[in-house]
Design a protein around this ligand. Structure first.
Ligand code: ATP
Ligand code: FE
Ligand code: MG
Length: 332
């Protein structure tokens, strides 16, 4: 079974074809990062326009690279939300037009389900499964007891992890998106600044990063007033350690409490070397396998949408041709 995936929820125009939910046949991503860089963030109107310009080109390249024809495609999966409404609409409209013109089933997919299913392109799932989703817009712990079922056990109460990385990077005058730059600096810096860890209430799996962000601002500000200059590397390392420690510890506790058989990490921040290393070290002594997708599958792509769409396809879940983009679509 071949599913075509379409993803346009943010700043990547992406389409892909995945065989049997696990095998990438072709995977094309057109990133707009260059166009948004100078604004220090994604500008929704610019994103929508880029998607409109790119979508047909990306689609054609995907089909061409696959060596398949439209006849071979069994279904069209598209991110229906969450994301930027104008950006989502481009993908949803393209998917609906194709589903109608080529007479294929249309399958709406949740963007985060996609991030989770990116892992299944590498390794089969074992349930119950715990997913840590850490991206520009999300920080969530999701428990899955079977395919396509998502139970939210914790989430951020303010900023997403990626957002915190990007905001701190901005304070350090690093280019957008800042996550990878902080990651690089952190490697050579030292955790000397003693930033707080937001554990929240006993037993809570929720997260909070806005306090940490304020702590970073204050440290920089106070040092400046004293005429001191903090090393960017140390700020990066101290900030990153605080984020990584909380993410790792809460994931670990949840994995034990729910007796999961697998832990997976998803979303752009899963690219973070500090987080990857800390999670690997934490889970190494346990019997619980830990899967982190390769960097190319951590950030937005359409192979993950096709992989998640395959589950809906097999369960007979179809969307109608009046499918609409939903910028705040819930996961469960
Ligand atoms: P969402 O998936 O929630 O809609 P998004 O599409 O913006 O949001 P992704 O594309 O999954 O999120 O990830 C982008 C985020 O990942 C950015 O915030 C970026 O800074 C962060 N990021 C990427 N690489 C790293 C890294 N090595 N370390 C930390 N953060 C990183
Ligand atoms: Fe994403
Ligand atoms: Mg993105």
């Amino acid at each position: 079974i071949y599913i075509l995936g379409i993803e346009t929820s943010c700043d990547e125009t992406a389409t892909a074809i995945v065989k049997n939910g696990r095998e990438i046949v072709s995977n094309v991503v057109s990133s707009q990062i260059k166009s948004h860089e100078r604004f220090g963030g994604v500008v929704p109107e610019i994103a929508s326009r880029h998607h409109v310009e790119q979508i047909t080109i990306v689609l054609e390249e995907t089909i061409q690279k696959s060596g398949l024809t439209w006849d071979d495609i069994d279904g069209i999966a598209v991110t229906e939300g969450p994301g930027l409404v104008g950006a989502l609409l481009v993908g949803v409209s393209a998917a609906k037009a194709l589903a109608f013109a080529k007479n294929k089933p249309l399958i709406g997919v949740h963007h985060i389900a996609g991030h989770i299913y990116a892992n299944r392109l590498e390794e089969e799932f074992s349930f119950p499964l715990l997913a840590l989703i850490v991206s520009g817009g999300h920080t969530e712990l999701v428990l899955m007891k079977e395919h396509g079922q998502y139970e939210l056990i914790g989430e951020t109460r303010d900023d997403a992890a990626g957002e915190a990385f990007d905001k701190v990077a901005r304070m350090l005058n690093l280019p957008y998106p800042g996550g990878p730059h902080i990651d690089k600096l952190a490697k050579v810096g030292e955790d000397t600044l003693e930033f707080p860890r937001a554990w929240l209430e006993e037993g809570s799996y929720d997260f909070s990063f806005s306090g940490l962000k304020s702590a970073v601002i204050n440290k920089i500000h106070n040092a400046k007033q004293r005429g001191e200059n903090l090393k960017k590397e140390d700020i990066a390392a101290s900030f990153q350690n605080s984020v990584v420690e909380v993410l790792t510890e809460k994931t670990y506790r949840a994995a034990l409490e729910f007796e999961v058989k697998q832990v997976i990490v998803a979303g752009g921040v899963a690219a973070n070397q500090g987080l990857r290393t800390a999670l690997m070290e934490k889970f190494a002594p346990t019997q619980i396998p830990l899967s982190i997708p390769p960097l190319s599958l951590c950030t937005d792509n359409a192979a993950m949408i096709a992989a998640a769409g395959m589950i809906n396809y097999l369960k007979g879940k179809r969307s109608s041709l009046d499918l609409n983009a939903n910028p705040s679509l819930p996961l469960s």
